[in-house]
Ligand binder design. Sequence first.
Ligand SMILES: [Zn+2]
Length: 430
Amino acid sequence: MATTAHSAQQTLFTNASQVVTCAGAARARRGPEMSDAGVRTDVCVAIDADRITAVGALRDLRVQFPGAREIDCRGGVITPGLVDSHTHGVFGRPRYDEQEMRAAGLDYMEIARRGGGIHSSVRDLRTQSEDTLFELARLRLLRLASFGTTTVEVKSGYGLTLADELKTLRVIARLAEALPLRIVPTFLGAHEIPLEHRGTAASRQGYVDLIVHEMIPAVAAGKLARFADVFCETGVYTVDESRAILSAARAAGLLIKLHADELTSSGGAELAASLGATSADHLAAISDTGIAALAQSATVATLLPGTMLFLGKTKHAPARRLIDAGIPVALATDFNPGTSPTPNLPLVLTLGVSQLHLSVAEAVIAATVNGAAALALADRIGQIAPGFAADLAVFDVRDVRELPYWYGDNRCIATFARGKACYTSDLGLT
Ligand SMILES: [Zn+2]
């Protein structure tokens, strides 16, 4: 009986054409390390409950794990569950109306000045109930899982009052409970300067003080976030304001991230490096000194090419220069209602290859091991190796290079987080 109870937890994932292990050091990969995705053929993956226990030949694993359940992967490719390390996944109304404004020539800052952009999502979220936001986000995050993602970082930042930021973070906590996905909460009270604090310098400083003295202590006391983040950008938060907010967050026990150098080079990358941020995100306008600063740091550069594509911009982050400088690069969707509404992380891999000039292996590492490192989880997720979490994605392709190739298509058959199914396609797995 003991054997039966034990083996019920054990599962072999068999009949994969490739297992993309990404196995190696349990930390961010840099430079040439990003070129090896650890592709293996003729192997299966064994898991026991929520852990990976072995990668090896089927006949060996059947001996090692007698009675294990077997899941036939139908000749597909198994990768580590993809890690989407930058999303704004809790919001109400989608902002499809802004697409045509952009097409007509209005830029991001102009739309923001007209009360659109983030402010329109803020107005909307403040009117939405916690239950409505939860249900909207639950369905949207399941869409992310359906494309191969098993870990999602989710930021607050459309509330911008103490009550509405805490409301958003409670929604994220409920999502983490309700969904099999692994969810990492980030406090982004500094996503914008709320309109009601824009009148005078004193009122603007009043909002920074509110973040530092009320929001961060409340978030930390409620254990509602693992990270704090700031939108450091010309016209949004200055480097000095960002430093004050992130220093307070770190002192309160939160890890830190930064939206840096997205549209203009404003010293964000340098600030992220000097504060020891876990990641600096966007970086499309990073300066040479920013690159030099990140190269001397442990900060992961998280690139979001889907945002640039959707905004109609042709200037992408200098991914090759970052990798050549030895900076670990991650890729994420930036899933949000205004500037990147895609749940499709494999599509971002396509952009990584076609727009950022990454190899497929580099793009895969960027959305697995380095995405995990961007969430300070590289010791637990992002690779298929014994001891790591049983977070897996199975794709209906024969070669990992097909993953960014069938762009926009969804080839994901199934995702598993901690050994539990997050998503199974109509093709199914039995
Ligand atoms: Zn963002």
